[in-house]
Design a protein around this ligand. Structure first.
Ligand code: ATP
Ligand code: MG
Length: 429
């Protein structure tokens, strides 16, 4: 006898590093979105929505050819006409493009934006690191003052405080400007000169392309070599020195805890002067929940007028993971009312009642499968309904629809004609 084994059909799965965020896990995401939007609004930030797909050149020119993102993490492909396109790995470049494209500088050079949305980087997936991940991003254009640097760090700490986060620390550094960078680069190259044999191939290439990147290398042997490397902080020009001093004193007087971290470089080329990261102790290796910095040359570099810029990005997925660990999930919202309508006539009436209640913001549901009273009671319990409404043939004839409080088991009867307004009164109390 030949046994024909039915081949089990393989179900479709998400791509590696991509994931669904399911309704049962969405409460924290929504809580963060709400708090962030409220905070941005109070500080005068306007929401901007940018495309997920841009010309590859936008990212290679802004983030920098010799960075991890551009060298190996971007999702880049040719479209049908052969144009090279990239799924956005971050938001700053696109927002700068938008600022220039719409000549926003002409009507009002000072602009504050925020956005929330997915970013794409082809990294090795692990906890806190995904190929599609989400960022909350804020950018300020046209303000050179160091107060804005402090204010952005303040906004981050305020948001995290409102979300109840603990165990976070702000690491702050200054990367200098085009005036002081050459002196720092010379010092760095002198330092490395005798240690080239211990650097990875990537770093050896970076020596010519962008030496600052070497300080950001994650390879252990490179990290060891660079432990005593010169720091940008020791090579700041007077302007950068003053700028950084204002950032620090402002943060101090505002009571924002921070650590000056000489080794903080950030993985993108466009940063100048202040750069920072908010780190957590709760996520193991993926310790940065947010990063930001000033980019005074980027608007010009991408074809706009000389305009200072500064911004930050919060790793939304990591933020949610920290909140999960701290058990900051809000209670799931329960159903206000479940309608148990037995028979065709009651079902038809119930359908209209439920829509009217929904319109009035009352969380109401009913079941249209013609199930028994017992089965529908079970469903009401499953949906965690606060009240059930019971309407069968008898209740309709007697003009007495039953409303039962599922917690106290108390019941009241309501007449059909005034049922909806009566219910609205009860629920809006
Ligand atoms: P990391 O050093 O962890 O790779 P990064 O410096 O590349 O971070 P940024 O480009 O500064 O990250 O992005 C800002 C924030 O976005 C990070 O602090 C982090 O919280 C989050 N982030 C970056 N890459 C990922 C990713 N692949 N998955 C989830 N979150 C990420
Ligand atoms: Mg990275």
């Amino acid at each position: 006898m030949i046994l024909i084994l039915a081949k089990k059909k393989k179900t479709m799965q998400t791509i590696r590093g991509f994931r669904d965020i399911l309704p049962e896990n969405i409460a924290l995401w929504q809580k963060v979105e709400k708090e962030a939007t409220r905070l941005f609004d109070a500080f005068g930030f306007k929401e901007i929505r940018i495309p997920v797909l841009e010309k590859t050149q936008l990212f290679s020119r802004s983030i920098g050819e010799a960075t991890d993102i551009v060298e190996k993490e971007m999702y880049t492909f040719a479209d049908r006409k052969g144009d090279k396109l990239t799924l956005r790995p971050e938001a700053t470049a696109s927002i700068v493009r938008s600022y220039i494209q719409h000549k926003m500088y002409a009507t009002d050079p000072i602009r504050k934006f925020f956005m929330m949305g997915p970013m794409f980087r082809r990294e090795r997936p692990q906890k806190g690191r995904y190929r599609q991940f989400y960022q909350i991003d804020a950018e300020v254009f046209g303000v050179e003052s160091a107060y804005i640097d402090s204010q952005l760090i303040f906004i981050l700490t305020e948001l995290f405080k409102r979300l109840g986060l603990t165990g976070l620390s702000a690491h702050v550094n200054s990367l200098g400007c085009p005036d002081c960078r050459p002196s720092f680069q010379r010092a760095l190259l002198d330092f490395i000169a005798s240690k080239k044999d211990r650097l990875c191939d990537n770093c050896l290439r970076r020596i010519d392309k962008n030496p600052l990147r070497i300080l950001d290398c994650k390879v252990t042997s490179c990290k060891d070599v660079l432990q005593d490397a010169p720091a940008t902080l020791d090579h700041l020009c007077n302007h950068c020195e003053d700028h950084f001093a204002t950032v620090k004193t402002t943060l101090e007087t505002q009571g924002v805890d921070f650590i000056v971290d000489k080794s903080l470089v950030r993985g993108l080329d466009y940063y100048t002067r202040t750069a920072w990261e908010i780190q957590t102790t709760t996520l193991g290796a993926q310790s940065a929940v947010a990063g930001g910095g000033r980019y005074d040359g980027l608007v010009k570099e991408l074809g706009g007028p000389q305009t200072p810029g500064i911004g930050f990005a919060i790793g939304f997925d990591r933020l949610v993971e920290v909140m999960e660990q701290l058990d900051k999930a809000p209670q799931a919202t329960a159903l206000d009312l479940f309608l148990i309508c037995l028979g065709d006539m009651a079902t038809e009436k119930g359908y209209h009642w439920s829509c009217a209640l929904n319109q009035n913001g009352i969380r109401t549901e009913m079941d249209f499968r013609g199930k028994s009273m017992k089965a529908l009671m079970k469903r009401a319990n499953k949906l965690n309904a606060h009240y059930v409404l019971i309407a069968g043939e008898d209740e309709l004839i007697q003009n007495a629809i039953i409303l039962r409080d599922m917690n106290t088991k108390e019941q009241v009867s309501l007449p059909v004609e005034t049922l909806v307004p009566e219910l609205i009164k009860i629920f809006k109390k």
